[in-house]
Design a protein around this ligand. Structure first.
Ligand code: T4K
Length: 374
């Protein structure tokens, strides 16, 4: 069996030509505004709002701070219904706002919050539903909105993995009250570190801009208890260059996904969790589920064995957030209430997906995985 001579990771950052970055840096050096809302920041904010097709967008230093401050701007209180199957940052943004998560089990197909369980979790303390578009699979946004409208709850989406996708012909950032996007280097679109909020209520704009800048107002006062969560000019200029490459990158990732889909789609014991393509897809991750009994090997075994071939996959999102020691006393965190999440977290495995991964390498990865089947 083929063995890679160099390590293959689940992703590699999409890096623009250095000459383009140099030109951007030259302009920044010339005008000497390196952070605190300079021209690059303004330009990227405009370009991203257009690209994501949303009316309101504010940039942040990273996705976690964007979500944390977005939740604060919405003035939530008490409990927020959310998923245990996500990156810790989703929960940490709640924590830092003093909000209590109420964990909702997930749909085993989309891996997102299961709408049929939400109503039973609502109490008089519930103020919002925080859905995560896990691996770019969209939440059931119509179902969530119906419940939110009925109980007068806010809806926030963690769209860290959902950059640029359209669902039912609408940009994903236009659903709910607010959506967070992460621009970390591992994301399709990135600013090395960075993030943004898109949101419905334009009255929030001033507040969000203050919150990310220590709460300072325009009159020299301090209006809010904010933070430093500003995106600097170098981050913004990397974003401007990366944005030019996204169209091509999506096409390249589509070809890699084609190989995975054809070579792994029919293997007994393997489920493909990330099936969306074209404008619905964010092309962020390619994630499979490995069913130990049917495949003959566990997900953990496959993850470890692939390393001997120099292929480094990721067990996203292991462990479940509901098992963190500061949550495991919560009633909603009990494993019997989260049966699907506990099952999926033992099966999910993210495979390498990035434009520079050549087709032959994707074929080798599939051949290696297929050779594991018992
Ligand atoms: N909500 C959700 C649902 C999220 O998934 C995330 C972040 C957030 C919120 C918070 O957004 P940010 O505050 O991060 O904007 C990575 C990322 O650091 C994190 O942004 C991301 N989600 C998470 C899913 O993945 P790790 O610890 O798994 O990444 P790491 O360093 O192992 O990188 C993965 C692979 O990528 C490496 O094996 C090699 C490659 N890589 C990585 C980096 C950073 C490179 O080739 N070059 C690089 O510079 O967290």
């Amino acid at each position: 069996m083929y063995k890679f001579s160099e390590p293959i990771y689940i992703t590699r950052p999409l890096l623009p030509r250095l000459a383009g970055i140099h030109d951007q840096l030259f302009e920044i050096w010339e005008n000497k505004q390196v952070t605190n809302h300079g021209v690059k920041h303004a330009e990227l904010q405009r370009e991203l709002a257009a690209y994501l097709n949303v009316d309101q967008l504010v940039l942040f230093a990273n996705g976690t701070l964007a979500l944390l401050l977005g939740l604060k701007a919405l003035q939530l209180h008490g409990e927020v219904i959310t998923t245990p199957f996500t990156f810790p940052a989703t929960l940490q943004a709640l924590d830092w706002n003093g909000l209590t998560p109420v964990f909702c089990d997930i749909d085993p197909v989309t891996l997102n919050i299961d709408v049929s369980h939400i109503e039973s979790l609502i109490t008089d303390k519930t103020s919002a539903i925080l859905g995560v578009h896990v691996f770019g699979n969209p939440c059931n946004m119509t179902g969530i909105q119906q419940i939110a409208d009925k109980y007068n709850l806010k809806v926030i989406y963690d769209g860290a993995h959902a950059f640029g996708s359209y669902i039912d012909g609408k940009p994903i950032g236009s659903y709910g009250d607010m959506t967070m996007f992460s621009f970390h280097a591992t994301k399709l679109f990135h600013t090395i570190e960075g993030g943004a909020l898109t949101y419905k209520d334009k009255n929030l704009t001033q507040q969000l801009n203050q919150l990310k800048n220590f709460g300072l107002d325009d009159d020299g006062g301090v209006a809010l208890s904010g933070l430093n969560a500003k995106m600097n000019e170098i981050q913004a200029s990397v974003g401007l260059e990366v944005l030019k490459l996204i169209g091509d990158e999506r096409l390249k990732r589509d070809k890699v996904m084609d190989v995975y889909q054809h070579m792994l789609g029919e293997v007994e014991g393997i489920t493909i969790y990330t099936k969306l393509r074209g404008q619905e897809s964010s092309y962020q991750y390619f994630v499979i589920g490995i069913h130990e009994k049917k495949f003959g090997r566990s997900r953990d075994w496959v993850h470890e064995e692939l390393k001997t071939y120099n292929v480094f996959t990721k067990k996203y999102f292991y462990p479940l957030c509901s098992t963190f020691h500061w949550y495991n006393h919560l009633e909603s965190a009990q494993p019997d209430k989260l049966a699907q999440a506990h099952s999926v977290v033992e099966q999910a495995l993210a495979l390498p997906l990035y434009g520079d991964l050549d087709i032959q390498s994707a074929i080798h990865i599939c051949e290696i995985i297929r050779s594991f089947k018992k």
